[in-house]
Design a protein around this ligand. Structure first.
Ligand code: NAD
Ligand code: MG
Length: 385
């Protein structure tokens, strides 16, 4: 039977790689609906290749333009909707079995929760929603029976390493997240870095926001928080190691000292395909690893003295509550300003750390508290330029 798939963030890097995998297995998957942010042209391209029944554009002012563009290419029968609520409604549409959540940023919180509440199989790339509302999200997932499969390569790797481990073995394990180190690995002076330098990742081709996050190691900080919630492991049992080859996607060290690592060609098609076909494995779209060419695997410590975003995320998860949500909101706003050339690269870490230091953040929270905290963190950044 074919699975009916909805892809949120379909025009992005993860969205397009997902479409690529899905298109190779037409007997397994059909695309029910797609959503994009604000650009009409790439969404039309996605519709041309995936032929969904519905297309949503988060920027509601673009609905008419999208409808007209789809009519022009002979796709006038696709139902078009607009606005952020329509994106979330796609996530809990009864006509879809699988939701691929590849929206970038905290805009992904609402659709992630919608898919989780609806008990879908949720293929989650949008780490920001786990960071913002981790405890609440995991409760929702437990209560609804949602099947959450991580797409982020490190978390997908850990998921594979933990397969078959008992509850007790999982509880006693350490998680080792690998980080490529980004374009500024080894540097202790990050003065004067330009947006072009920051988005030029040495190993992965990704969206601009996550590329800057990788350069500042914010991405790794977000991933520590993501791992804490996805795998129910205290942050004190999660380590980060620099591994420039990006071949070891992450590891789990068990109590007896045995370490399981998931190794593979660094290509997001692999974790996406595994999540799509789980628990089955089907022939890959990625070249096999050539160990003779690889020869060595190297590891190093992560420098959170220089890369303050990583230190700030560790502090945020220690504080608990909405601390991580504030760190994420401040980062998103700061990255936006950095990409617009309005602040320097080092300001990102400074602002994220400042927001984390500005409050105690402890305690229980609701989903509306998450939205409010995200808004306040962005305001904090604009007020502290
Ligand atoms: P991207 O910038 O390439 O794509 C983002 C997608 O989100 C686009 O389709 C865009 O139109 C859509 N979007 C933006 N704002 C939106 C909104 N308000 N509502 C609905 N859709 C909106 O980003 P990406 O690199 O594909 O990353 C997507 C997510 O996956 C991020 O959370 C990122 O951290 C995570 N991720 C990406 C990679 C990667 O290799 N690219 C790896 C691991 C995790
Ligand atoms: Mg990752």
């Amino acid at each position: 039977m074919t699975q009916s798939i909805t892809i949120l963030g379909a025009t992005g890097s993860i969205g397009r790689s997902t479409l690529d995998v899905v298109s190779r297995y037409p007997e397994r998957f059909s695309v029910h609906a797609v959503a994009g942010g604000s650009r009409v042209e790439p969404l039309v391209d996605v519709c041309l290749s995936a032929r969904p029944k519905r297309a949503v554009i988060a920027d509601a002012s673009k609905v008419v333009e999208l409808e007209q563009a789809l009519c022009t290419v002979g796709l006038g029968d696709i139902e078009v909707l607009g606005g952020p609520e329509a994106v979330s409604r796609l996530a809990d549409d009864p006509d879809t079995d699988v939701v691929v959540q590849a929206v970038v940023g905290a805009a992904g919180v609402a659709p992630t929760f919608a898919a989780a509440r609806a008990g879908k199989r949720l293929l989650l790339a949008n780490k920001e929603s786990v960071v913002c509302g981790g405890r609440l999200l995991m409760e929702t997932v437990r209560n609804s029976g949602c099947e959450l499969l991580p797409v982020d390569s490190e978390h997908n790797a850990i998921f594979q390493c933990l397969a078959g481990a008992t509850e007790k073995a999982r509880a006693g394990a350490r998680i080792v997240l690998t980080a490529s180190g980004g374009p500024f690995r080894g540097r202790t002076n990050l003065e004067g870095i330009t947006p072009e330098q920051a988005v030029a990742h040495p190993k992965w081709s990704m969206g601009r926001k996550i590329s800057v996050d990788s350069a500042s190691l914010m991405n790794k900080g977000l991933e520590v928080i993501e791992a804490r919630w996805l795998f129910g492991v205290d942050a004190g049992r999660i380590d980060v190691v620099i591994h420039p080859g990006s071949v070891v996607h992450s590891m789990v060290q068990f109590r007896d000292g045995a370490v399981k690592a998931q190794i593979g060609t660094p290509d997001m098609h692999l974790p996406i395909q595994y999540a799509l076909t789980y628990p089955k494995r089907v022939p890959g779209v990625v070249p096999e690893l050539d160990f003779a060419a690889l020869k060595v695997l190297t590891f190093d410590v992560a420098d959170d003295e220089t890369f303050r975003c990583l230190a700030a995320c560790k502090k945020a998860i220690k504080k608990g509550g909405l601390g991580p949500c504030a760190a994420n909101g401040a980062n998103e706003e700061a990255v936006k300003l950095f990409l617009e050339d309005k602040i320097g690269f080092l300001d990102i870490g400074r602002l994220v750390e400042a927001v984390v230091d500005s409050d105690s953040f402890g305690g229980e929270y609701t989903l509306s508290d998450v939205y409010e905290c995200d808004r306040m963190a962005r305001e904090f950044v604009r007020a502290h330029l």
